[in-house]
Write a protein that binds this ligand. Structure first.
Ligand SMILES: CC(C)(COP(=O)(O)OP(=O)(O)OC[C@H]1O[C@@H](n2cnc3c(N)ncnc32)[C@H](O)[C@@H]1OP(=O)(O)O)[C@@H](O)C(=O)NCCC(=O)NCCS
Length: 183
């Protein structure tokens, strides 16, 4: 090996890479979506509809994908803004990639987008039995504020509603945080 050649190509450090989700990502996104949300996967039309509001002046959506060096989709996430309120629409990481910080990177990206949309608050719903996702949100300072009964159909699973104030300065919650409310 020549001495001029670096031991590790710099670009190897840059993956998984985050970039804007485009319409041609919908097919691979749907494969992950159906694997990770078998009971209530979004349809192709729902993703098309979201992406239709993600570009140009007046855009109200921000969608991002994460891919490895070969271009394989590892995750995706989306946010909707309405006035000064934003909603985490979705966030998902391929199971093989869990636990390496990709979910955190996607959430960080969404919170940056919420700040760019000038939103003062970010809301989300998460299945009450999805403790892994709840831990991720709690680390960013999301607080449980209520429960939506039977929000996830057809399984009739309740949703925990969580809120983050000031997404520009996400602050991790302490272990002494209030327990979840009951809507
Ligand atoms: C929830 C979800 C997005 C989390 O993705 P992820 O990539 O595993 O998230 P992270 O790696 O950032 O964090 C997960 C854990 O790994 C740890 N971690 C973060 N970075 C790490 C790193 N570099 N090395 C090792 N561990 C790390 C985190 O501390 C966290 O630990 P905790 O669960 O004890 O708090 C993923 O599990 C998923 O897609 N689930 C299915 C879909 C879903 O439920 N989506 C949410 C719908 S509301």
């Amino acid at each position: 090996m020549s001495t001029a050649e670096p031991a590790t190509a710099p670009e190897e450090e840059d993956f998984p890479r985050l970039r804007e989700m485009r319409w041609w990502d919908i097919d691979p996104v749907l494969v992950l979506e159906r694997t990770l949300f078998p009971d209530d996967a979004w349809s192709r039309g729902m993703f098309w509809s979201e992406l239709a509001h993600a570009r140009g002046p007046g855009a109200t959506r921000h969608y991002v994908v994460a891919e490895d060096a070969e271009g394989t989709l590892l995750g995706y996430a989306g946010l909707a803004a309405s006035g000064d309120l934003a909603d985490v629409q979705t966030i998902a990481v391929a199971e093989a990639a869990w636990g390496h910080g990709l979910g955190s990177r996607l959430l960080t990206d969404l919170l940056r987008a919420a700040t760019a949309f000038e939103c003062a608050e970010v809301m989300l719903e998460v299945r009450v039995d999805n403790l892994r996702a709840q831990r991720l949100y709690e680390r960013y300072g999301f607080q449980p504020i209520g429960v939506r009964r039977g929000y996830y159909q057809p399984g009739n699973v309740d949703a925990l509603v969580m809120r983050l104030t000031d997404p520009a300065n996400p602050a991790p919650s302490t272990p002494e945080s209030e327990p979840p409310g009951h809507g």
